[in-house]
Design a binder for this molecule. Structure first.
Ligand code: HEM
Length: 408
């Protein structure tokens, strides 16, 4: 068993280009025990192993308490009220509680519901480009990829999109690790601000119901049998965070991959109907979620010749699985017409992304609109000067300066 830190899985160099490191791990240490940010973690990098972990939701659980015996649990200190508020969401739950929470929102993200939002999303994409088209340049992240999904998820939930800049700060706080006491206090303050803000929105919907998801969830909470108050907060926060920290990077990473593969960009430009397959390939090639959220072994499990002991943490690398040559021919190439593209960018199994239909539609419209409307779109800095975010599970750029030709 490896116990030293052999691979840099957090640093700037890794974030800028994780693929060579993952390729080495798939070859040499496919199930590898390394120091992570929060203690020792099993990192799993091969497609077959990643799928095996995600499929086996009974032995690889999301709530670490479920790895403890009844006696061990009795000894645990209770969570603080804020911790409870933030942790009681479906992505942290197992079994019937997970199914109950997921069932409450599943309907909001069906293909039909999502189809009804198409026009709205096209309108948002066009409005954003109307603002910058004549200028000939923009930061693709700040001015396009970020505002689009945050307006969409705000619409779905029923939160005023005017508050979106504050959302950015708040939502980033939930996914960014904290370093030291001061950082933790700052994060805690922001989280309390966010929950205070939501409390007010919930009160407004109780008074004056609307046709939106928050009204539906507040109603379920009032009925009392399907959702308690902590879960209501945690659900809305999860949807906001999961709904845009990821989609912004589908648009950003996807646009970058196309700019770096001009022949693929030209193909898409010539035939916009390729967009569905193209988005699947962009998700596979450089998806927004690097490693899925942590699992914990509920019992001792053997995987890839290693023994994972009860209670130990397991991180599966989706971006690595998506470049595994055992599954994909020429995995490091972009082919927007790739057949049988069974990528894992949205995860797999019971926690498979509930927002996938919405994210796909947003990505398809955002990328096609960009490609069709901005002639000669190009990066204005060399690709190796782009700065990548440092949050462990997310893969995305901080900024992406681009330019295009302005036609009269
Ligand atoms: C391109 C954009 C997106 C990507 C790549 C993505 C990816 C993922 C992945 C990999 C998971 C599973 C995580 C795990 O098993 O640890 C997940 C779960 C989830 N996603 Fe997404 N997501 C995207 C967009 C969205 C959107 C737009 C929403 C909703 C508005 C959303 C809501 C959720 C929720 C609620 C879960 C938890 C599901 C569960 O625990 O059953 N996601 N997503």
């Amino acid at each position: 068993m490896t116990t030293e830190t052999k691979y840099d899985l957090y640093g700037e160099q890794f974030k800028a280009d994780p693929f060579p490191i993952y390729a080495q791990m798939r070859d040499e240490d496919p199930v590898c025990y390394e120091q992570g940010l929060e203690g020792m973690i099993w990192f799993v990098t091969r497609r077959a192993d990643v799928e095996a972990v995600l499929r086996d939701h009974k032995r690889f659980v999301k709530d670490w308490r479920n790895t403890r015996t009844a006696e061990e649990r009795a000894q645990l200190s209770p969570e603080s009220p804020l911790e409870r508020l933030l942790s009681q969401h479906m992505l942290n739950m197992d079994g019937p509680d997970h199914a109950r929470l997921r069932g409450l929102v599943n309907k909001a993200f069906t293909a039909r519901m999502v189809n009804n939002l198409r026009e709205r999303v096209q309108g948002i994409a066009d409005d954003l480009l109307d603002k910058v088209q004549a200028l000939g340049h923009m930061d693709l992240i700040d001015e396009y990829a970020f505002p689009l999904p945050i307006v969409v998820i705000s619409d779905v939930l029923g939160i005023p999109s005017a508050d979106r800049e504050r959302f950015r700060l708040w939502s980033n706080t939930f996914i960014a690790p904290t370093y030291g006491e001061e950082d933790f206090r700052r994060a805690e303050k922001l989280m309390l601000e966010f929950t205070g803000y939501l409390r007010q929105v919930f009160a407004e919907r109780r008074q004056a119901p609307r046709n939106d998801l928050i009204t539906g969830l507040v109603h379920a909470e009032e009925a009392g049998d399907t959702l308690n108050e902590d879960e209501l907060f945690a659900m809305v926060i999860l949807l906001i965070v999961a709904g845009h920290e990821t989609t912004v990077n589908l648009i950003g990473n996807g646009a970058l991959a196309l700019l770096q593969h001009p022949e693929q960009l030209a193909k898409l430009k010539a035939d916009p109907s390729l967009i569905e397959a193209a988005v699947e390939e962009l998700l596979r090639y450089d998806g927004p979620v690097d490693r899925a959220t942590m699992r914990f072994a509920a019992e001792d499990v053997e995987l890839g010749g290693q023994l994972i002991q009860r209670g130990q943490a397991v991180a599966v690398a989706l971006t690595s699985a998506n470049r595994d040559a055992d599954q994909f021919a020429h995995p490091d190439e972009v082919d927007i017409t790739r057949p049988d593209n069974r990528h894992l960018a949205f995860g797999f199994g019971v926690h498979y992304c509930v927002g996938a239909p919405l994210a796909r539609m947003e990505g398809q419209i955002a990328i096609n609109t960009l490609v069709q409307r901005l002639p000669n779109l190009r990066l204005t800095v060399p690709a190796d000067e782009l700065k990548w975010g440092t949050v462990p599970i997310i893969r995305g750029m901080k900024h992406m300066p681009v330019a295009w030709d302005v036609t009269a």
